[in-house]
Write a protein that binds this ligand. Structure first.
Ligand code: GLU
Length: 321
């Protein structure tokens, strides 16, 4: 007899898994739904399991929103293989990862405010916006006085990134080779919230995710996440593959947002567009269906080919609804 943990499937599952990891910050709009569909198609067309993680670290009180998001995914025909994982339930694993890095001498306290960081002189060759290292090498006494200075605020925790390494590259299934900056990223904020980059890396590994598909606004975070994978001894590319999906733009050419009109399933439904019509529209935008064609998600799996995925953003205009 074997026992199974419902919330976090074993990382040892041989066939691997893809995932969709929404933040429960509101209803999913067409851009979110399209990325979720692409993530599901990538996973299903490659024989992977598909999992969902609710990234609720910042929004633990928004449980109703997460339910609505899951209902919308289901309405499009997107399914998943295990109970969705709640990121707020993973605190022990996040803290264990920070402790592991700390034991390796890779964590330090940082009392800088955003203003301090902007005002600090930057090191030569440092990537723009990189943490200037103000708190990296303080003595114990200096740390004590820095802590006292910001009380009752608490220090954040930062990663001590390997000296001299400022760039890291990876091969993206859609974007090709991507290079980005790495620096002393925040692991835990002063308010005690674990940082997105740490949580995502720890949770993807624990869930056995070996295919990460998400919006291309996150491509610049990936080098930092690969660095964390490496330092934590977790699988890195090519054992983990990445596909960053071009975003959906609204009629003004800016990233699609709720202000662009009826962009959620609820609003589109009120405008007379069923979930299956929305699926058809998303499929058309991905080159997987002809205009007006009614398709099922399962049919799309058979048609999906990463090589023919559009590499450009999809500009959504209400008239195309
Ligand atoms: N929670 C993030 C978002 O909704 C996605 C994180 C990820 O896919 O790694 O934008």
């Amino acid at each position: 007899m074997s026992t199974q943990r419902a919330s976090v499937p074993s990382a040892a599952t041989p066939q691997g898994a893809g995932r969709y990891a929404p933040s429960p910050s509101g209803e999913l709009h067409l851009g979110n739904l399209r990325t979720a569909l692409v993530a599901w198609l990538f996973a299903r067309s490659s024989g992977r399991r598909f999992l969902v993680r609710i990234e609720d670290l910042d929004r633990a009180r928004d449980a109703g929103t997460a339910d609505a998001q899951l209902a919308d995914l289901r309405a499009l025909g997107i399914d998943w293989d295990s109970e969705p994982v709640l990121q707020t339930g993973r605190g022990d694993a996040h803290e264990a990862a920070i402790a592991q890095l700390s034991q390796a001498g890779l964590v330090y306290e940082c009392t800088c405010t955003r203003k301090d960081i902007l005002a600090a002189p930057t090191a030569p060759h440092a990537p723009p916006g990189a943490y200037p290292g103000t708190c990296r090498d303080l003595t114990e006494a200096e740390r004590d006085s820095a802590r006292a200075r910001i009380a009752p605020r608490l220090p954040a925790l930062r990663l001590r990134a390997p000296a001299g390494e400022t760039r890291l590259g990876f091969d993206d299934l859609l974007l090709g080779h991507v290079e980005g900056d790495i620096d002393d990223l925040v692991l835990r904020r002063g308010d005690g919230t674990v940082a997105y980059n740490l949580a995502v890396v720890v949770d993807d590994a624990a869930m056995g995710i070996d295919q990460i598909v998400r919006g291309d606004d996150l491509a610049s975070s990936t080098p930092r996440q690969i660095l964390l994978q490496r330092l934590l001894g977790l699988p890195t590319p090519p054992a983990v593959s990445y596909a960053h999906v071009p975003l959906v733009l609204g009629p003004t050419g800016a990233r699609l947002a709720k202000r662009d009109g009826a962009v959620t399933l609820t609003d589109l439904g009120s405008a007379g567009l069923s979930a299956s019509a929305v699926l058809g529209m998303l499929a058309e935008s991905l080159g997987l269906a002809s205009p007006g064609e009614r398709v099922t998600a399962a049919q799309l799996v058979a048609r999906f080919d990463p090589a023919t995925m559009p590499r450009e953003p999809w500009v959504w205009r209400p008239a195309s609804a």
